[in-house]
Write a protein that binds this ligand. Structure first.
Ligand SMILES: [Zn+2]
Length: 124
């Protein structure tokens, strides 16, 4: 389990200080936006950049054992099923703002090979 909250805070500080442009920080592509719409879960946290909308959390799965599924976004209930039926794979959880495009990797962890995880809620 890797937590990326520190990098997130550092990036937000860079945006606030003008060291990183908003365009560079808010680079959610059409693909990510689509994933947020169809596979995302609403988070209880407002976008740190535009402060207009609640963030959406999207989980991406990567792993050779997943074959064609690797690199796609999955809902939490699908993660549980994949974990029960596949070899180890990694999950990358990204927060996305559907208004301004802000996105950031929140955390990553390993599932699979019978390993399941408790539902985690996002938090600092
Ligand atoms: Zn935003």
């Amino acid at each position: 389990m890797v937590d990326y909250a520190l990098q997130r805070r550092a990036l937000l500080a860079d945006v606030a200080a003008g060291r990183t442009t908003l365009a560079a920080a808010c680079d959610a592509g059409a693909y990510l936006q689509r994933a947020a719409r169809f596979h995302g879960e609403p988070m209880d946290r407002t976008c740190p950049v535009c402060r207009k909308e609640k963030l959406t959390q999207v989980s991406w799965v990567f792993g050779e054992g997943l074959r064609q599924i690797s690199g796609s976004a999955r809902r939490p209930e699908e993660l549980e099923q994949l974990a029960a039926h596949h070899a180890e794979f990694s999950v990358h959880v990204v927060e996305v703002c559907r208004t301004c495009g802000w996105n950031h990797l929140l955390r990553s962890f390993v599932l699979g090979a019978g390993r399941t995880t408790r539902r985690r809620t996002a938090g600092e």
